[in-house]
Design a protein around this ligand. Sequence first.
Ligand SMILES: C[S@@+](CC[C@H](N)C(=O)[O-])C[C@H]1O[C@@H](n2cnc3c(N)ncnc32)[C@H](O)[C@@H]1O
Ligand SMILES: [Zn+2]
Ligand SMILES: [Zn+2]
Length: 609
Amino acid sequence: MTNRATSWNSGVVTDDALKSILNESGGPANRSIPATTAASKGSNAYQVHTYPTKVPSAAIEPFILASTEPNGTVLDPFCGSGMTGLAAQNTGRRAILSDLAPGAVHLAHNLTHPVASDLLAEAMANLTTAFAKLETALYGSDCPTCGRPETLRHMVWTDVHTCTRCGMEIRVWNQTDETGGSSRTLVCDCGHRQSRSGVSDVGSEPAEKAVACSSCRKLQRGPVDGRDLALLASIKKKKLKDWVPSVPMGPDREMYRRSALHLRGITDVSDFWNQRSKLALSALWRYISEHAPKDARSALGFAFTNTAWHATRMRRFNALGGQRPLTGTLYIPQLIAEGNVFEIFRHQVAQISRFYAAHPALGRNDLATLARRASATDLSWLPGGSIDYVFTDPPFGANLYYGDCNVVWEAWLGEVTDLEKEIVVNRSLPSSAGGKTLAEYEKLLGDAFTEIHRVLAPSARTSVVFHNADDKVWSALLAATDRAGLTQTDVSMLDKVQRSMKGYKGRSGAELVPFYDLVITFAPGWPAPKSHLNGAGEIALEAVRTHLKALPGVSNDETQRQRSLEYLYSLSVAAVIGAGHQPAGLSFKTLEQLLRTNLVSEDRLYFLV
Ligand SMILES: C[S@@+](CC[C@H](N)C(=O)[O-])C[C@H]1O[C@@H](n2cnc3c(N)ncnc32)[C@H](O)[C@@H]1O
Ligand SMILES: [Zn+2]
Ligand SMILES: [Zn+2]
């Protein structure tokens, strides 16, 4: 089998393309930076493809408008899904995007290079015809209500445990409530109780199917029948004819350990799909690579990689609908909603079509954007002084392992992230496997900022999205920017999501999931040495008091949000950094203690005494 993926290099950028962006650039600007910016996750661009920790483009636009003239060139060397590129196009700027991850480059390219919907529609019509037979062969099933032959929408698979006392089978499916949730304990018919997590040698069986029936109209759910079981048995015997990616997966990946994949039979990335999904995905990928029209190919590949992610064993069953894997992990749930690959793909293409139809760059060739694979620590492909503004969102310490999370869809591109170069704190791995201390993280981040400083035009600035609940990681960021000769000029608050109060109540300090990032803006220039302020707490408390005093007395969602520890922590760090100090000793936990002692807290909300 040849590697179908070798031609999937959306990250190759010609010198000419780069030159033309840089030559016609509009220049930097120094208008005032917004103090706060907000955007919801609901936008079409947000949903078009999975990626951990996306920054919505609407939140980036005010920064670009303030820092560049029209046609100015914006660089994001940690571009992820490419939202900075979209923000640049929305504001009439040019963008250069780069990332270490081949998957990120693939996303960033496709997010910023729309394809006309009639081209996609035509390609899809041909594709649907080509796969009609295979879809029936793999997913043909009778409606559980009226018996009409249709195709599966999904099949739920349940973990099957063995009772440690009597040896009888215990199916997780039989012990769940309406939402698919259940307790951590399984109860056998014999009365024995045992834990359902942390156990190996667990079997998997189909438990239920869902069929979209054209006669019953709605999605029909019901038990798996004889035809379904016979089909599964025949699929099990089928040999794979087409290429499926293979990447070894083991404890040398941080997320392998954290997601306990050794208990889920995973030794290779291909183990994330069952045989049926592999047959469907590999045939679809070969078709897209070999037969899709050139102009639509990349966009279909974009729909495909997200389909591959949705089709993994990570797709969680939810009885209330909205089956999907969790983002930012490799967790395989105990109830899996195996989707129909073709159905998922159709849905993805429709979603991408809608997104492209409303795209600012569609049919315009002045909004030049390019995406390229590169480590931010080496931007030697960019000349010094060539960039008007940098807006970027580097990895925040040990929060997320992008290379590990992305591998389940990135692998289809034929190349995966080089973990040795990934900027992340990873204390549980040896350095040969990508392990890095906080000092090494700081060093790599410093190298990246040194490169950013080099490529910036003389009066240009750079804005950095950052968050962490650990003051030591904040200090690492500030040390890295200091070493690169960047002086901070503004600190803004980035409110990524509107959450309901359910988000705060009952959350324990141990979870530490802040969702207010800061955007710190820097200008070239050697900063005055920062004090490792032991009085960081005083500045924080003062800032919190001033903030609470100014809040209106009414209690609504917005004022409650602004009394939450998550909000007050971001506010505190912003105040300390804004005053030119390191937030030394100011972690999420220490602030919680400080506020508890000095303020009144109720339901994890804080009030002045
Ligand atoms: C916080 S994410 C950026 C997400 C982005 N803001 C978005 O909206 O999708 C950080 C990115 O840094 C990338 N990264 C990690 N190490 C890198 C390196 N040495 N050079 C370039 N990118 C790197 C990761 O692949 C990841 O995409
Ligand atoms: Zn029916
Ligand atoms: Zn038993």
